[in-house]
Design a protein around this ligand. Structure first.
Ligand code: FE
Length: 257
């Protein structure tokens, strides 16, 4: 399975999953149809599925046009997004499994950004493969999504599920927010050497307009303050030892940053 990262809208990424053997594709969170159609044309491939992580417009805005162009496709989303995702036919819950190409995705229920948010995790099916995580607006490189419909406790439980995945897992998050996220991270975890190193690399990459996605679970665990609510540096920055309170305060500080 190959993953194509397609820049869309102002700072979104759409991911096109390609099975070169059968020349079929599935798309994750098509906020608009145009970049998807262009990449499909370049590959001369068929689209078989839309995998939506949540209902926000910048993640589903291209659904309708893609359904019109490929009437046979299946549209997947979270069960609790019923009525909010255009064309949705499959209503997924945490623990469900779906297959694409030769891979099987595990569905993780990760509410917090929205109440219905899901993530698609493709574990490696043999030792030569890497796990792939499509986490929408739950986990970002160096940050996490805003709590629009969920509570800090829900978001911690969601991020905890992602934090437990193997370090090598590639994290395909839906926005290029990394530079700003790391600026904030440095303000609360400035002595973290891994974070300082990452900041230097990301600054160079962004000055050359290079993408910073995918990230990895290992890198996020060592540098992303929103996965480090139980580390002493973040506890002292938030003056709290309670995980939910530490996380909630961090989120509040990020809103003000
Ligand atoms: Fe978004």
């Amino acid at each position: 399975m190959q993953v194509y990262r397609l820049p869309a809208l102002s700072d979104n990424y759409i991911f096109l999953l390609h099975d070169p053997d059968r020349n079929i594709t599935a798309v994750v969170d098509p906020g608009e149809a145009k970049p998807v159609l262009q990449q499909l044309q370049a590959l001369r491939a068929e689209l078989t599925a839309i995998f939506n992580t949540h209902h926000d417009r910048d993640h589903v805005g291209g659904n309708q046009q893609l359904i019109e162009r490929f009437p046979q496709i299946k549209v997947y989303g979270g069960a609790e997004d019923r009525g909010r995702i255009p064309g949705q036919q499959v209503f997924l819950q945490g623990g469900d499994r779906i297959s694409f190409a030769k891979r099987t995705a595990e569905i993780l229920f990760v509410p917090g950004h929205t109440k219905a948010h899901i993530a698609y995790y493709f574990p490696p099916s043999n030792p030569s493969e890497i796990g792939e995580l499509f986490c929408g607006d739950t986990l970002f490189a160096g940050g996490c999504g805003r709590l629009k419909e969920g509570t800090p406790a829900q978001m911690i439980a969601s991020l905890e599920q992602l934090r437990k995945l193997p370090d090598s897992t590639r994290v395909w998050c839906a926005h290029e927010y990394t530079l700003k996220n790391l600026q904030f991270a440095l303000s609360v975890d400035g002595d973290n050497l891994d974070l300082q190193r990452r900041w230097a690399e990301v600054k160079i990459a962004r000055s050359r307009s290079q993408p910073t996605i995918p990230s990895s679970i290992g890198l996020e665990k060592s540098t992303n303050p929103f996965l480090r609510w139980d580390f002493p540096s973040l506890q002292s920055a938030t003056k709290s030892h309670d995980p939910v309170q530490t996380f909630a305060r961090l989120r509040g500080m990020k809103e003000q940053f």
